[in-house]
Ligand binder design. Structure first.
Ligand code: NDP
Length: 288
């Protein structure tokens, strides 16, 4: 059996197309565009690429992006002052502070300073609490994108066994909450889980968010399962070129002959993350 390939790139393009229409309607009604403030502190190369992509995709759908690039020497106080100014700015509907922040700046403190009603990433504890208690909230972009892919492939997932490997606040935990909200029976696995292969083998829906290249092997996958690979890992190419390539947390070639559907890396979950960031920004603007 060969799994259906879940094309996140194509799906994200469709989401952006629909979003562009919604933004047009918003602008016609309200007379201004939704605004997303993107704050980048320091010169982490991966963050530079992410921010560039976010800004470009904002332009594509008609969201106004306001970039704030600060040097690595920025103090926590200066960053908190900027967040306070953005909270007070009526042209800003969503705020995103790109992580990781340079050493010496407390990420938790900065994320907590963002007004929950402008929290485009959905990382604020108020939004995390609302997600856990079933309230209306902003959902973190990566798990939201995963859930959209899962529902596109499977439709109603009520009663399905879902296993999420990884329990971070930005991926694993909100992913588990979304699956629970969709009436799955959810297991969250992590580095202390006993018999991880056995736990994974129970899953009709298996979400890997670990950050370990190809850790989840083909024989950990239940035949026919829907496999969502969040991991982005850079590993050396095997061709002696000295170059690198991206792989996920799932051994794709092994898993694709067992799974019913699977996301590739790259081109699976990754493109959905930015599409969901833009969706969150528009929703925040609509609620403002
Ligand atoms: P974290 O490092 O915050 O969390 C990793 C989780 O994996 C932890 O809960 C950890 O368990 C668990 N883990 C680590 N080793 C093992 C193991 N051997 N067995 C079982 N569980 C293990 O990572 P993130 O959640 O931030 O990200 C996960 C991956 O997703 C990364 O590759 C990241 O690059 C990628 N990512 C991709 C995004 C996208 O847009 N596609 C967006 C965000 C992340 P414990 O808690 O016990 O330590």
């Amino acid at each position: 059996m060969t799994a259906r390939l879940i094309d996140g790139k194509a799906f994200a393009a469709t989401v952006r197309g629909r979003l562009a229409e919604r933004v047009k309607t918003f602008v016609a009604k309200r007379g201004f565009a939704p605004g997303l403030a993107v704050v980048l502190v320091g010169d982490d190369p991966a963050s530079q690429v992410y921010v560039r992509n976010k800004v470009a995709q904002c332009a594509e759908v008609g969201v106004r992006s306001l970039e704030h690039r600060l040097p690595a020497t920025t103090s926590e106080g200066e960053l908190l002052a900027l967040v306070a100014a953005l909270n007070a700015d009526p042209a800003v509907h969503g705020i995103l502070v790109q992580l990781p922040l340079p050493k010496g700046i407390d990420e938790t403190k900065v994320l907590a300073a963002i007004a929950p009603e402008k929290d485009a990433d959905g990382f604020h504890v108020v939004n995390a609490g609302l997600l856990a208690t079933g309230g209306a909230c902003t959902v973190p972009c990566t798990p939201l994108g995963c859930m959209m892919l899962i529902e596109d492939v499977l439709g109603d997932v009520s009663g399905a066994e879902a296993v999420v490997v990884g329990r971070s606040n930005i991926v694993g935990k909100p992913m588990a909450q979304l699956l629970l909200r969709a009436n799955c029976t959810v297991t969250i696995a992590h580095s202390r889980t006993r018999d991880l292969p056995g736990v994974c083998r129970r899953a009709d829906i298996l979400v890997a968010a670990v950050g370990r290249p190809e850790m989840i092997r083909g024989d950990w996958v239940k035949p026919g399962a829907c496999v969502i690979d969040v991991g982005i890992n850079r590993v050396p190419r095997n061709d002696g070129s000295g170059k690198t390539r991206l792989v996920g947390d799932v051994a794709f070639d092994e898993a694709k002959v067992v799974a019913g559907a699977i996301t590739p890396v790259p081109g699976g979950v990754g493109p959905m993350t930015i599409a969901c960031l833009l969706t969150n920004t528009l929703s925040l603007a609509e609620r403002s």
